[in-house]
Design a protein around this ligand. Sequence first.
Ligand code: SF4
Ligand code: MG
Length: 321
Amino acid sequence: TEPVVAVQGLQKYFPVQRGILRRTVATVRAVDGVTLAIAPGETLCLVGESGCGKSTVGRLILRLMQPTGGRILLRGTDVTTLGEAAMRPHRRHAQMVFQDPYASLNPRLTAGMIVGEPLENYDDMAGADRRAKVAALLERVGLRAEAMHKYAFEFSGGQRQRLGIARALALDPGLIVADEAVSALDVSVQAQVLNLLMDLQEERGIAYLFISHDLGVVEHIGHRIAVMYLGQIVELAPKATIFAAPLHPYTEALIAAAPIPDPRARTERIVLEGDIPSAMNPPSGCRFHTRCPIAVARCRTEAPLLRQVAAGHAVACHLRP
Ligand code: SF4
Ligand code: MG
């Protein structure tokens, strides 16, 4: 079957001004050659530390940002350079659930307006039809139909995230990009929202690109996992392989650092020696060599390619396997 999304050699470089006078221009290589595909009904998790470029990949796939290189195919159509009008019919099939349900939903709109807006915009749905569809969506995500008259600010964090999911579902998308969709929620609420996402997937065959720094969450919801470091995928494999038999030293370090027994101690910073180098000036050779416990001389000069090492398992390391 055709992937709901495929990206090939995806790049996002952007210039930044540096220095006291902001005259020096440097290039941030936020995403630097990412290739992946997601099948219908599949959850691909993108994991890595803050600033590794995982959110940028999500935003590029939805064309909320323009890539500077590579290709994006949505259901087989190359949408990389489509203008806004040509992009519009593709947008309904690829929706987003954001991290912060407080910031992403306008508090001055009612739930009915928030969930009904895409129906009005894309399907010209109005009046009783729209209200009925909104009511069904709200009920499906575990809210009451009467909630459509309440304002976004009247909902709890978990309820708001359900509202965001209802809105994303409204147009029956084949793909939902969920960027840290449960990270702002209490641990007890996280599991409920994850289970809702999984039920919806089973029911509707939705594919998820699930972006998270939290391996506990990823272990719950993922089918395959792509590990990112400084703008590149360093390992991609089925979930069981990533957790039981990771090959990349960075993946090993992430697994070793999780799960953290006290969930309140979870932060986006994963414990690993050495600071994360900047994507503005990534290390030469293997980008991980400044923190890698097994680096050899070659790692400083030669960048490892992401190689297929077993069915469905790719890794970018000179020494593994
Ligand atoms: Fe470590 Fe070298 Fe492998 Fe990079 S290529 S992960 S530095 S051993
Ligand atoms: Mg992010």
